[in-house]
Ligand binder design. Structure first.
Ligand code: FAD
Length: 503
């Protein structure tokens, strides 16, 4: 073995980074190695690409990530920073391979789960505290767009339409964004979660390094076989414990490839069926002195939902409630998603994109599985996806379409009809290593993330979220990762190394 660590974490996305940070913060001098298959984008390891001021440099970095299969029938090109998986039943399913994972590209919306979204295997008070810690790590705020001139109007209109006494009111979406003293927005990538982590003694981020197999001795993981992707050289690193936070596709893939195959592995895959619409805000909501944006009408090809968030109309939120199985995000678009009529002029912030995310019913038949007869580019079993909507899902989608159309009309002039994005578009993939109270075949790990039947192998990510949710998952996944790190740190502290060696 080349080197030995207390904990090896696989994946440097928001969850892997948060786990490493919490382990290090536990203060016990733990030696932590984070393995990341991808490379850093720009000068800051795990920085959000939108913080890279040089647009040409940003585009160059993103172009380097545009690998993977071409869009399948029914799908669309991959979102910048992601590569498609190539799954016919979920044509827009994608992944990111770079330091920071998808967290270097995300939109940073961070609502908390409520009602039936909340995993019932974690004590509510414990989860609440972990969510608060996750909000702190991600620098979540509802005030990033306080100065956005159109926010108040958007929220007033949506509130009149959707607020009910038993629901959380329409308001500002909590976002992982920091506002600089000069008013500039800084997007939270995993670099913010890390802070000074990568400079700390005993902590190492090893990039361009793929975890190819977990090394096991009975029910104990003893290390990881790794491949240096530049040289192809293979080696082994030893570990007292391993946390795999390598996304909802590659976490179960690594377990499968290593012979760790609980019955529920890969099953209960969900995402958030996504409905999109756009509207030009009514002139009544636009301050008279707002400048006209002549660039907008001609840049009509922007991907719906891909709009950057800029501080004009902010990000407004129509929250989820158990009796309303979706939630809505309304934000400024970079460009109109459909050609505007000739001669129409709009002002910055006046074209808003509406995205409604639906809760998807859980089913063991929706799953990612691994083909032992075919391999991916790294020789790992190929990723396959079985995914279908149920009658209840279709009903939710229809209800969301009706509601989003209502919202688009209330805000101003709808641009075309609402449309349902191809499966996989949400980029929120959940459940494939779900947690549960008991090892009963419906879960892969316990509420601390420890894989059933193992002593010291843990999983993290959206894939551990066990419930059918509508809320964007990263905040919840980071909170559950915080609990994993704390539990693991306590168990390592309680077990002296010498004792483990003889276990
Ligand atoms: P990831 O961020 O996917 O990181 C996993 C990492 O593991 C990757 O870096 C990968 O290279 C690495 N890895 C995989 N396999 C291996 C291996 N074998 N060896 C070594 N390394 C490996 N979520 C929200 O909650 N709100 C949003 O507003 C939102 N908007 C989004 C917008 C976009 C454009 C995108 C792309 C995503 C968005 N998401 C959003 C999703 C969000 O980014 C993910 O939920 C989050 O990044 C998941 O974190 P993670 O650490 O579990 O996984």
């Amino acid at each position: 073995m080349s080197g030995s660590y207390d904990v090896v974490v696989v994946g440097s996305g928001p969850v892997g980074t948060a786990v490493a940070r919490e382990l290090s913060d536990a203060g016990s001098g733990l030696r932590v190695l984070v393995l990341e298959a991808g490379e850093a984008l720009g000068d800051t390891a795990g920085g959000h690409v939108k913080n890279i001021a040089d647009v040409d440099e940003r585009d160059r970095l993103l172009a380097g990530l545009a690998t993977g299969p071409a869009p399948l029938p029914g799908g669309t090109p991959a979102r910048p920073g992601t590569a498609l998986i190539g799954a016919a039943s979920m044509p827009n399913a994608a992944m990111s391979t770079n330091v920071g994972g998808m967290g270097a590209h995300w939109t940073a919306a961070c609502p908390r789960p409520v009602d039936d979204e909340v995993p019932d295997c974690v004590e509510p008070a414990v989860l609440d505290e972990a969510l608060a810690r996750a909000e702190e790590l991600l620098a979540v705020t509802t005030h990033a767009f306080d100065r956005a001139p159109l926010t108040g109007a958007v929220q007033r209109v949506l509130g009149e339409l959707f607020d009910r006494p038993h629901r959380r009111p329409v308001g500002a979406m909590p976002v992982a964004v920091t506002v600089g003293e000069d008013g500039a927005l800084h997007w939270t990538g995993p670099a913010i979660i890390a802070g000074d982590l990568w400079q700390r003694p005993g902590v190492e981020l090893r990039t361009g390094t793929l975890a190819r197999r977990l090394l096991l001795d009975g029910d104990r993981v003893t290390g990881v076989e790794v491949v240096d992707l530049a040289s192809g050289e293979r080696s082994e690193v030893g570990a007292r414990a391993v946390v795999v936070a390598a996304d909802a596709w590659r976490t179960p893939q690594l377990l499968w490839a290593s012979g760790v195959r609980p019955e529920a592995l890969g099953r209960y895959l969900t995402e958030h069926p996504q409905i999109m619409a756009a509207s030009v805000l009514d002139e009544r909501y636009v301050p008279e002195d707002a400048p006209v944006d002549t660039a907008l009408p001609v840049t009509a090809a922007a991907a719906p939902g891909g709009g950057a968030i800029v501080p004009v109309s902010g990000v407004s939120w129509v929250p989820y409630a158990a009796d309303r199985p979706f939630h809505g995000q309304v934000m400024q678009m970079d460009a109109s998603p459909v050609p505007l009529d000739p001669g129409v002029t709009v002002r910055p912030g006046q074209v808003v994109g509406l995205g409604w995310f639906c809760r998807k019913e859980l089913s063991p038949d929706n799953r990612v599985w691994f083909d032992d007869d075919a391999t991916d580019a790294h020789g790992l079993p190929a990723i396959r996806v079985d995914y279908a909507l149920s009658a209840a899902d279709t009903a939710s989608i229809e209800a969301a379409k009706t509601e989003i159309a209502e919202a688009a009309r209330a805000l101003g002039r709808p641009l075309g009809d609402p449309f349902v994005m191809p499966p996989g578009s949400s980029l929120h993939y959940l459940g494939t290593t779900r947690m549960g109270r008991a090892d009963d075949g419906t879960s892969v790990c316990d509420p601390t993330g420890r894989v059933w039947g193992t002593e010291n192998l843990y999983v993290g990510g959206n894939n551990v979220i066990p419930t059918a949710t509508a809320c964007n998952p990263t905040l919840t996944a980071v909170a559950l990762g915080v609990l994993t790190a704390r539990s693991l740190a306590a168990s390592l502290a309680a077990t002296p190394v010498a004792e483990e060696a003889h276990a």
